[in-house]
Design a protein around this ligand. Structure first.
Ligand code: PBE
Length: 306
């Protein structure tokens, strides 16, 4: 069994911040009646979401990008609400159930796109960057200490579909460790390309990650494969910046959660001299502002200042 390690670096995720889920103003129903025959105006979307973007952990790149978007698109009076990935997904699910407007900080790969009809708002100013890769990083010296585990990490590469399959199973209620085991068992051929030429090993390996759905999936899968190779693996959830710091400081061994070039670009610049960038493990990642398709706007430019 994979063990979840102590949060010994101190979890600075903003869990103490009040998790106020974006409620939609109580007069929505009335407004819709009044405007029944008119197309919804863009002003009404901004107003109906109470000038609020439902965010996630403030340490996430997509959260910082959303705050930049508020500046760049001159959305005076808007608030990017700090929350958690789980609370954001709950708020999104509630809004969809009630067909209420909502704007969330979103990313791909994520199960929400399979479960709900959603769209990214266009970002003509490019605040959220382009399509990205997810990269694997280790502490310096890990390669010499654990050449076989390093080789596995070097060869670990999968697709957005692969990752979303694991995420979907977790979303349906399977534990992350079990979903990872199921995926590894069902995808022997792909896993064999990762372990090709990798000899079994012993000793402890600590993987660090952030509790984002995507990273819960990837970290558990890699952890499972390392365990099958004979290692004792600890998975430690941390805040984003602290995850990077743990690798750079050599307190933890590896992570598979670096979104580049944009989402974690600032952290990569800060720590790149002290970490080993092993390479890409997934292509086709993306972040942005996401709305249900029934929300009648297409671009961040359609939002209006308060
Ligand atoms: N995410 C998931 C992270 C990277 C992975 C998009 C929430 C972030 O924004 O930092």
């Amino acid at each position: 069994m994979l063990t979840t390690g102590l949060k010994r670096f101190g979890l600075v995720a903003g869990l103490s911040l009040s998790l106020v889920i974006a409620g939609c103003s109580s007069d929505d129903g009335k407004k819709e009646e009044d405007n029944a025959d008119k197309p919804e105006t863009t002003a009404s979307v901004s107003e109906a979401v109470n000038y609020t973007i439902t965010g996630i952990e403030p340490g996430a790149g997509v959260f910082k990008a959303a705050e930049n978007a508020v500046d760049e698109y001159e959305l005076e009076g808007w608030n990017v609400q700090a929350s958690s990935s789980g609370a954001m997904a709950t708020a999104l699910g509630e809004a969809v159930k009630n067909e209420e407007p909502i704007i969330v900080t979103g990313w791909t790969p994520h199960w929400k796109f399979a479960k709900y009809d959603l769209k990214y708002l266009e970002d003509p100013k490019g605040v959220f960057g382009d399509v990205e890769t997810i990269n694997t990083m280790t502490r310096k010296g890990f390669k010499d200490d654990n050449p076989n585990a390093y080789k596995l990490l070097e060869q670990f590469e999968w697709t957005t579909d692969d990752m979303e399959a694991v995420m979907a199973e977790i979303e349906e209620g399977t534990s992350p460790a079990e979903a990872a085991t199921n995926w590894v068992e069902a995808n022997e051929e792909k896993v064999a390309t990762w372990t090709e030429g990798v000899e079994e090993g012993t000793g402890e390996i600590e993987l660090v990650y952030v509790e984002w759905d995507s990273e819960i999936s990837s970290t558990n899968v890699v952890g499972k494969v390392l365990e099958d190779l004979g290692y004792t693996v600890t998975l430690t959830p941390l805040d984003n910046a602290i995850m990077w710091q743990a690798i750079a400081g050599g307190e933890a061994d590896a992570m598979v959660a670096a979104w580049l070039p944009a989402t974690h670009g600032d952290l990569y610049e800060q720590f790149k001299d002290d970490i080993d960038n092993v390479g890409v493990n997934l292509t086709g990642a993306k972040i942005g502002l996401v709305v249900p398709t029934y929300v009648d706007i297409d671009s961040i430019e359609d939002l209006e200042a308060k």
